[in-house]
Design a protein around this ligand. Sequence first.
Ligand code: ADP
Ligand code: MN
Ligand code: MN
Ligand code: MN
Length: 332
Amino acid sequence: MTYKAEYIWIDGTEPTARLRSKTRILEDGADLPIWGFDGSSTNQAPGDNSDCVLRPVFSCPDPIRGGEDVLVMCEVLLIDMSPHPTNSRAQLETVAKQYEDMDPWFGIEQEYTFFKDGRPLGFPSGGFPAPQGFYYCGVGADEVYGRDVVEAHLEACLEAGLAISGINAEVMPGQWEFQVGPASPLDVSDQLWLARWLLYRIAEEFDISVTIDPKPVKGDWNGAGAHTNFSTKAMREGYDAVIAACEALGEKAEEHVKSYGAGIEDRLTGSHETAPWTEYSYGVSNRGASVRIPWQVAQEKKGYIEDRRPNANKDPNKVTRLITDTVCSRAI
Ligand code: ADP
Ligand code: MN
Ligand code: MN
Ligand code: MN
């Protein structure tokens, strides 16, 4: 007997990498082997030296195929087994190991937008829907578009055993969010990539596409972000560490923003619940700040912070590495 393994990896598309996958049939009981692919078709190798290597890093039950079948998140290596230049996970792994003792946790809010017939789901052809106001966490067929896909995706993530922690409809019609975590830097990143893959794949069944474009509609419509909630053991135990983390992020603000997703200048404009990308700020309950301290955290004097800057199209491997490094290197 055999089972199917869907090998999933991050490609080399610039400026925003995409997901790729292909299927391998394995003998029952066989381990997940290292595999390869044509890097010249994914912007990861030249045609005359095209082989790249896939190494499994995380696997889970495949909720679409079911049975014994699995989804396999992979990292990309060169044929000498060193990390490929596009392999952002390898760098994260180094930093995550270095600061393991401080027990960093992340919860990522992934916003995204459904598209159908070249426009966001729920937008009328050749025009715009009613202005924003009732869509966020809305209910009813005039306010909410694509709930069947969202429910199917949530169910699939749960069946796969991913640490999905919630879903909600967002501010623009056809825009939604799911949250993964809290989990360690590597777990949250691997699982977020897999949850994205499941979303694209499940929406296929409904003939709907998904984009994590940070500004899918120009003008007076909210962009799509990936707020990144973060804590260390010390932050979960006391408020000084919470404030110190906010201060530490301020010192490296420019470096962080550069790696928070392509097109961040178009989203972090200072309106639509964002802080301008050129200025760093933090504050309690402030959704217009770069970093928000949730009110319960300020009240209980311990907990976590929310970095509101990352774009929906961010690479979680890069963002969790930067935050872990910046905050934990100051022994917070
Ligand atoms: P918002 O109010 O900003 O919409 P959400 O409920 O969408 O917040 O997301 C909050 C996220 O924070 C969730 O993914 C949750 O798992 C995560 N989270 C909760 N506690 C912690 C913590 N101590 N450290 C890191 N992340 C956390
Ligand atoms: Mn949220
Ligand atoms: Mn949101
Ligand atoms: Mn948020």
